[in-house]
Design a binder for this molecule. Structure first.
Ligand code: TRP
Ligand code: SF4
Length: 334
C-alpha cells in the first residue's frame, strides 16, 4: 500500500509563481508516489478573515484551478474543500479536548500570525478562539486521513510537531495505536523573491501570478530590481549584486544560459533592459503549458466544480469511515 500525504492551502485567490515553485510543483511530483489528499483550507482562511468572506467562494475555485493547471491530477489525487468534509470539524472537537492549552499558546507560527493581525488591523483586533485553535484544526486535517507525511514549507513545521504530539497524546489516553505520527516533508527548492527583492506576496504587489498573461509577465519582469550600481548599459555589471533578475535566471535557465548571462553582464555586453526582456521570454516559456491549461479550465469552470465535488465526496467517504472508528475508540454513544 502507498503511503499517504495530506496538504492544504488557505484559499487566497489566484496563486503566484512562488506558490508554484515552492509548493505545487512539489505536490505534482509527490502525487505519483503517494496516495495524495490536497485541499483548500477554507476554515483556516476564516481564522483571520471571518469578516471578509465576499471572495471566499471564488478564491477556492481560483486555487483549485491553479492546481489543476499546474498538473495536480484529479484521477490520482483527491482534491477537496475542507468545509465540505464536516467530519474534520467533529474530529477537531475530540482533538481539542486532549490538547493542553499551553501547547497552542506557545505555537510560534500562531504568535507570528497574531502579531501580523495586530499590526494590520490595529490594536482592537482580537485573536479569536478559532485562531487559537489553528494548529488543532490543522491536526484534524492531517489525522482525519491518518497521513504518513505532510508536504509543507518550513514555516509550518511547528504545526506538524503539534500534530505529532496530539496524535501521541490521543493514542496514550485512549490506549490505541490508531493515529500515525505524520512527518513533515520539506521540499528543498530555493525560495523565489518578489520583483522588488522582498518576499513574494500578493499583498505586496511584487508577484507574478501563474494566471498572468505573457504581456503582463513581461511588463512585471521589466520592473525587477537589478544591480543598482550600474548606470549605463555598457558598464560592467555584477550578477551577484543583481538581487532579482539574476536570481530569476538561476531559477529558470539552464547552466549554459546562466553562464552566458553572467559573462555578458560582467563584460558590460548586455544591458539590464535587454537582459530582463530575454528573462521574461524564458519565464513565459516555462509557464506556457500551465497557462494554456489554466485558460482551458477558466472556460470550463463547471469541470473544476465537478472535480471539487467528486473529490470532496471521496474525501468524505474516507473521513466517515475514520470518524466511526474514532467515536468507538473514545467511547461515544452510538
Ligand atoms: N496552515 C497551512 C498554510 O497556511 C495550510 C494548511 C491547513 C495545511 N491545514 C493543513 C497544510 C494541513 C498541511 C496540512 O499553509
Ligand atoms: Fe542583472 Fe542582467 Fe542587468 Fe546583469 S545585465 S545586472 S544580470 S539584469
Amino acid at each position: 500500500m502507498k503511503e499517504r500525504i495530506v496538504s492544504g492551502m488557505r484559499p487566497t485567490g489566484k496563486l503566484h509563481i512562488g506558490h508554484y515553485l515552492g509548493v505545487i510543483q512539489n505536490w505534482v511530483e509527490l502525487q505519483k508516489k503517494y496516495d495524495s489528499f490536497f485541499f483548500a483550507a477554507d476554515w483556516h482562511a476564516l481564522t483571520t478573515k471571518y469578516d471578509k468572506t465576499e471572495t471566499l467562494k471564488s478564491d477556492v475555485i481560483d486555487v483549485v484551478t491553479d492546481w489543476l493547471a499546474a498538473g495536480i491530477d484529479p484521477e490520482i489525487s483527491t482534491i477537496y474543500v475542507q468545509s465540505l468534509v464536516p467530519e474534520i470539524a467533529e474530529l477537531n472537537i475530540y482533538l481539542s479536548m486532549v490538547t493542553p492549552q499551553n501547547w497552542v499558546e506557545r505555537d510560534p507560527t500562531l504568535k507570528d500570525m497574531a502579531k501580523i493581525l495586530r499590526t494590520k488591523e490595529g490594536a482592537n483586533s482580537q485573536v479569536s478562539y478559532g485562531l487559537l485553535g489553528y494548529p488543532v484544526l490543522m491536526s484534524s486535517d492531517i489525522l482525519m486521513f491518518n497521513a504518513d507525511a505532510v508536504p509543507v514549507g518550513i514555516d509550518q513545521v511547528a504545526h506538524i510537531e503539534i500534530t505529532r504530539d496530539i496524535a501521541r497524546r490521543f493514542n496514550n489516553i485512549y490506549k490505541t495505536e490508531f493515529f500515525h505520527e505524520a512527518k513533515p516533508l520539506l521540499n528543498n527548492c530555493s525560495l523565489i523573491c518578489g520583483l522588488d527583492g522582498n518576499k513574494m506576496g500578493k499583498s505586496y504587489g511584487n508577484d507574478i501570478k501563474i494566471s498572468d498573461t505573457e504581456e503582463t509577465t513581461t511588463k512585471k519582469i521589466m520592473t525587477a530590481v537589478t544591480d543598482a550600481s550600474r548606470m549605463r548599459k555598457d558598464d560592467p555589471g555584477h550578477p551577484d549584486e543583481c538581487r532579482v533578475a539574476y536570481k530569476y535566471w538561476e531559477i529558470f535557465a539552464d547552466d549554459e544560459q546562466i553562464n552566458t548571462v553572467r559573462c555578458e553582464c560582467e563584460k558590460g555586453l548586455r544591458g539590464c533592459a535587454d537582459c530582463k526582456r530575454m528573462l521574461a521570454a524564458v519565464v513565459n516559456e516555462h509557464f506556457a503549458q500551465i497557462r494554456e491549461k489554466r485558460l482551458y479550465y477558466e472556460t470550463h469552470i463547471d469541470e473544476v466544480k465537478d472535480i471539487i465535488c467528486q473529490g470532496s465526496k471521496r474525501a468524505r467517504t474516507e473521513a466517515a469511515k475514520t470518524i466511526e472508528k474514532i467515536r468507538e475508540i473514545i467511547g461515544m454513544y452510538s
